[in-house]
Design a protein around this ligand. Structure first.
Ligand code: ASP
Length: 420
């Protein structure tokens, strides 16, 4: 069996939904499970609804109207007159958000985020399932929350693999014999049946969970790029497609920030030796990139750029050494503010990191660190990671740049730089 994952860009309007349906039509005879993300930028828009609600700005309902109108337009373009039952089904999903918004916010932000934002995936999967069935594909819509079980770490839930695998393996194979299954990425549920999410961009990970539990032959992530490229075309004029990649290289690239695949996706696939294809939904016949067990290294050096980096230097105020107790305290502070370290370096009396400048979050982190350490901050930097670097590739990215910090290991070089 196979698992397909379609992200938000692949279902951003009616034309895109029709394109996905045509890809599925070519595979309807296969055993196929389809994982879909929220349409277009719906997750961001629903996050704005949540923020308005939690901050009680009085604009939450208005923000929600925008999300409803966006989906209503897609429905009208797909089905014409609102006689198909999907119109009511989608309206009912949004009514559930309205019920939340009518009450005063009592619960934690993270909990409310998951209850509201998860609607994006529920409505996109319902619309995709309704449309594919409308065009004659035997489809069954399933609620991923009945299969993916997690703890209650809202917004970044941890999967209970044992329970999840047992349920998926028990119930899904017979459904897959008869239908193309359409379900949601990104969401799961706690043992008390509350909705959780697996972290932003987590739909790839959902697809990997289903693939791993079902021992899929392979999984395909359909993107708006031809496959895994050796750099983001945003930064490089001449990018190259990487036709084949080892799991290890794919894990390293995503760990250092290549956004093409969610970092948590690859490990479960590697453990079961399930191949991962990254292909273009705009050109579905093209082969894209194949990630699997292979001994060959990357065919070309790969570049990962992260802008808007803050460099934070941390020194104990009493000039004690940076050893286990300080380090464990520092890591805890980062963890409690949910700030991911992109680069780190330590010496006897200082520890320095580069992180994404996420504004308020980073300010709160710095305030916490300053309680115990002398902290220096430099903003507006870029972090460039080169996998399979050589001097020529380093020179290429350093034009008009000054190095603030450089780290190299066997295959990977990280350069934190400032524009000059
Ligand atoms: N819709 C979610 C997000 O935008 C999950 C995903 O797209 O993978 O983060």
């Amino acid at each position: 069996m196979q698992v397909f994952k379609f992200g938000g860009a692949s279902v951003k309007d009616a034309e895109s939904v029709k394109n996905v349906a045509s890809i599925l039509a070519n595979h309807k005879k296969d055993e196929l499970l389809v994982v879909v993300s929220a349409m277009g930028k719906t997750t961001d828009r629903l996050m704005e609804v949540t923020n308005h609600y939690v901050d009680q700005t009085g604009q939450a309902f208005q923000a929600l109207e925008g999300v409803k109108a966006f989906h209503e337009r897609i429905l009208a373009d797909l089905f014409g007159q609102p006689t198909h039952p999907i119109f009511d089904e989608i309206a009912n999903c949004f009514v559930e958000i309205e019920w939340i918004l009518e009450e005063d916010p009592q619960d934690s932000y993270d909990y409310l985020f998951d209850q509201i934002v998860s609607t994006g995936e529920l409505v996109s999967s319902k619309i995709l399932a309704a449309y594919t069935s409308f065009v004659g594909i035997p489809v069954k819509w399933l609620d991923a929350r009945d299969y993916i079980f997690t703890d209650n770490t809202y917004r970044e839930a941890t999967v209970d693999w044992e329970k999840t695998e047992e349920k998926i393996r028990r119930d899904l194979p017979s459904v897959l014999d008869e239908y193309v299954v359409v379900t949601q990425g990104f969401i799961g549920s706690t043992s008390e049946n509350f909705t959780t999410t697996l972290g932003r961009e987590g739909s790839d990970y959902s697809a990997a969970i289903f693939a791993s539990c079902l021992h899929a032959e392979d999984i395909t992530i359909w993107k708006d790029v031809p496959g895994v490229l050796n750099a983001d075309p945003k930064w490089f004029d001449h990018t190259e497609l990487i036709p084949e990649l080892s799991y290890t290289d794919a894990i390293e690239l995503t760990y250092y920030g290549a956004t093409v695949i969610h970092p948590k996706t690859i490990k479960p696939l590697q453990n079961k030796k399930i191949a991962l294809n990254v292909r273009s939904f705009l050109n579905p016949k093209a082969p894209g990139t194949l990630i699997r067990t292979t001994n060959s290294g990357l065919s070309v050096p790969s570049f990962i750029f992260k802008v808007n980096q803050v460099f934070i230097g941390i020194q104990p105020r009493d000039f004690s050494f940076i050893v286990e107790d300080n380090l464990s305290h520092i890591f805890n502070v980062f963890h409690s503010h949910r700030i991911k370290i992109n680069m780190m370096h330590n010496s006897a009396i200082s520890f320095s990191v580069a992180v994404d400048d996420t504004g308020k979050n980073v300010d709160a982190l710095l305030a916490d660190l300053e309680k115990r350490y002398k902290v220096t901050v430099e903003k507006g930097l870029e972090l460039i990671t080169i996998r399979y670097f050589n001097q020529e590739t380093i020179n290429r990215v350093l034009v008009n740049k000054e190095i603030i910090r450089e780290l190299k290991d066997g295959y990977t070089c990280q350069l934190l730089v400032k524009k000059i």
